[in-house]
Design a protein around this ligand. Structure first.
Ligand SMILES: NC(=O)c1ccc[n+]([C@@H]2O[C@H](COP(=O)([O-])OP(=O)(O)OC[C@H]3O[C@@H](n4cnc5c(N)ncnc54)[C@H](O)[C@@H]3O)[C@@H](O)[C@H]2O)c1
Length: 297
């Protein structure tokens, strides 16, 4: 088992438990560059990408490169090794959706030159390239469209709503909601997602499959839930909505149910409680860590 990461947004601390496994090896490598792995490979899971808006806005070119060149390199490796490959796509390929909930047959509403285009279009290209390797080379490919997922080991300061709210509650700051908070998201607990990805990997479905939790909530309600969970008595403050922020997001998961016999099992209350337990044990230094900065290259 090989883990490969250039650690641009990742942290070795998250996988330190894996280093105890005799079969685990770690390669510090940028998958946008040629990938060499010796020996046989059965499965490749290509998940490398900056994944949070505050990161991919700061490193737009690396984001485009890992979705395009990185995907091409991973597909090339899969072809050379006769391995099956699963690529991590995203609900962001639907952009600011005009169809609700989002089914796999919806083509999306993405602004290619807006600030989020670097992520959305990289993932759309990733899907196109993966499908081309399937149809042209007959490669065994799987595409998962992941909707907002959360759980322990998220980075507190990565700009996503859930760690941002919990971090603010723990630091006794007011919670920041963008816009009027009426925009919706649907949050899936990480264990449910992992089970769905595993089932998709072992399935024979090469078309994209949505995985996520259809339990939709407005961001204002979500902030209120976090305040209730943490027992914090701070206020909620409102800030300007970022450009091209999707107004609604809920997966249609009929396809995953029918094909994979999968649906999420962990309620938001249960998942949030587990996630809060993790964040509560962070040190003061970790609680106050600033968002990542990146060298320009
Ligand atoms: N978490 C979500 O809600 C969500 C939703 C939709 C899609 N996804 C996708 O799932 C995947 C994993 O997301 P995550 O939330 O676990 O993010 P994460 O930041 O925890 O993991 C992504 C990893 O990719 C690594 N990486 C980035 N560029 C790389 C490169 N060029 N070469 C090698 N490694 C590189 C980062 O260092 C990081 O460790 C991403 O592809 C993301 O787009 C996640």
């Amino acid at each position: 088992m090989i883990g490969m990461d250039n650690l641009i947004t990742g942290d070795l601390k998250n996988i330190q438990h894996l280093f105890k496994l005799p079969e685990f090896e770690f390669y510090h490598h940028d998958v946008s560059k040629f990938i060499h792995v010796s020996g046989h490979i059965d499965y490749i899971l290509h998940f490398a990408s900056p994944a949070s808006p505050i990161d991919y806005l700061k490193i737009p070119i690396q984001t485009l490169k890992v979705g395009s060149l990185g995907t091409h390199n991973c597909l090339g490796l899969a072809l050379a090794k006769k391995a099956r490959i699963l690529v991590a796509s995203t609900s962001e390929i639907y952009g600011d959706p005009l169809v609700h909930p989002q089914t796999e047959s919806y083509w999306g509403n993405v602004n290619p030159v807006g600030p989020r285009g670097v992520y959305d279009e990289a993932k759309r290209f990733q899907e196109a390239m993966t499908m081309a390797y399937h149809t042209f080379h007959g490669l065994e490919t799987r595409i998962v469209r992941i909707f907002n997922t959360y759980g322990p080991r998220m980075r507190l300061n990565d700009g996503r709503a859930l760690p941002a709210f919990i971090g603010q509650a723990l630091r006794e700051e007011d919670l920041t909601v963008f816009g009027d908070g009426s925009q919706t998201r649907s949050f899936c607990y990480v264990d449910d997602l992992v089970e769905g990805i595993y089932r998709l990997l072992l399935s024979d479905c090469s078309d994209p499959v949505n995985l996520g939790n259809p339990d939709e909530i407005t961001l204002l309600e979500f902030a209120q839930e976090i305040l209730k969970l943490t027992g914090a008595n701070q206020s909620i403050v409102f800030k300007k909505l970022p450009e091209d922020d999707p107004k609604q997001r809920r997966p249609d998961i009929h396809k995953a149910k029918a094909l994979l016999n999968w649906e999420p099992k962990v309620s938001r209350a249960e998942g949030l409680a587990k996630t809060y337990e993790y964040f509560k044990q962070l040190t003061q230094e970790e609680l106050n860590r600033q968002p990542l900065e990146f060298a320009k290259k």
